[in-house]
Design a protein around this ligand. Structure first.
Ligand code: PEP
Ligand code: MN
Length: 346
């Protein structure tokens, strides 16, 4: 995992001993390059553990000094920033519940102006809003914060099945397109919300060329004061990091490079064919639009569309396409047809 930023540590600092023991065990693995713990915990509902507060800052600083690794903690307002910087923190992260709030982000950005920090990591907002995430980066950049990275921790949904927070991988990848040089870190712990799927999500992040991982790790996960279900032991963290396969960006084997090139050319040609067919399909939709116009028929015919959608969905599923893709594709196709028909009508 060289060249990757691997951050690990408990969800929350609980006691001085818990911080020291957990972080020492993690450091001993020799595979982690930054240590985390939450001191102030933004909890969705009152009554659960809200963090030990400022007293925990020095526990983390002392543990970091002892094992000779940098430490990072979460800040959610200007007081947190002042306290953390005074305690000696050089690395900070902004949590998902803070990124949603431009006032809070602006306050943190202002309080970082002119301060010397090594790294600021901004988690995605809890709702799938790319613009809010971009806005937070822009506010911090404007305040002169130099080294800004982002953490992808998934997006909350009313109903979830496999994940605690839906990954929606396309959102962080769109962010990376806008800021190609930004460090993109995956937080599989908050995406998964459970232990058994952490490894596959971490592997996926590495395959998507993420720059690092943040994994919640606790000396005794089952009795953790927050996020017990998703935390793992330092030992398990070590095994997991050993299992993750680091694939190269470019193949060093000329034979396989040549093979990939041949397939890529095939893909290009197929993509062009798909686009040509789509364009022809829109021409047909436009013809229907003309008939609808002449006969004063509405564009949208929901009953008919429902039948078409069901039929296409079945067809697609039969030939191995996923329901998720087909649903998105069919909706996009329908909208594009409506756009073309509307053009004819008006
Ligand atoms: C955390 O990292 O413990 C945390 C509170 O995460 P998030 O902001 O992603 O919910
Ligand atoms: Mn947590």
């Amino acid at each position: 995992m060289k060249n990757k930023l691997i951050i690990a540590g408990p969800c929350s600092a609980e006691t001085e001993e818990q911080v020291m023991e957990t972080l020492e065990k993690i450091a001993t693995l020799g595979k982690v390059n930054m240590l985390r713990a939450g001191i102030w915990k933004p909890r969705t509902r009152p009554g659960s553990f809200e963090g030990v507060g400022a007293i925990g800052l020095k526990w983390l600083i002392n543990a970091g000094k002892k094992v000779n690794l940098p430490v990072i903690t979460e800040v959610a307002n200007k007081d947190h920033v002042a306290l953390a910087l005074n305690a000696g923190f050089k690395n900070l992260w902004i949590g998902a519940r803070t990124t949603v709030n431009p006032f809070a982000i602006q306050e943190i950005a202002d309080s970082l102006q002119g301060r010397d920090i090594d790294l600021l990591l901004i988690k995605n907002p809890i709702n799938p809003d790319l613009q809010l995430w971009i806005g937070a980066i822009e506010r911090c950049k404007k305040a002169g914060v130099k080294n800004i990275g982002v953490i992808h921790r998934g997006f909350s949904a009313f109903k979830t099945n496999k994940y605690r927070n839906e990954p929606l991988w396309e959102i962080p990848l769109m962010l990376k397109e806008k800021f190609p040089d930004i460090q993109l870190i995956c937080d599989p712990s908050h995406i998964c919300g459970r232990r058994d799927t952490l490894e596959e999500v971490s592997q996926k992040a590495m395959d998507l060329e993420y720059d690092g991982l943040m994994i919640e790790t606790h000396r005794e996960p089952d009795v953790a004061w927050s996020d017990a279900k998703q935390q793992i032991t330092p030992k398990r963290l070590g095994e997991m990091l050993d299992h993750i396969i680091m694939r190269q960006k470019i193949s060093t084997n000329p034979e396989s490079s040549a093979k990939i090139e041949v397939f890529r050319e095939q893909l290009e040609s197929m993509d062009h064919q798909i686009l040509e067919i789509l364009s022809k399909r829109m021409a047909v939709a436009q013809k229907i639009g003309e008939i609808k116009k002449e006969n004063n028929i509405t564009i949208l015919q929901s009953e008919r569309w429902k039948l078409v959608k069901d039929e296409r969905l079945k067809y697609g599923l039969n030939i191995g396409l996923t329901e998720k893709f087909l649903t998105r594709y069919l909706n996009a196709l329908h909208q594009e047809s409506i756009r073309h028909q509307t053009k004819v009508m008006n």
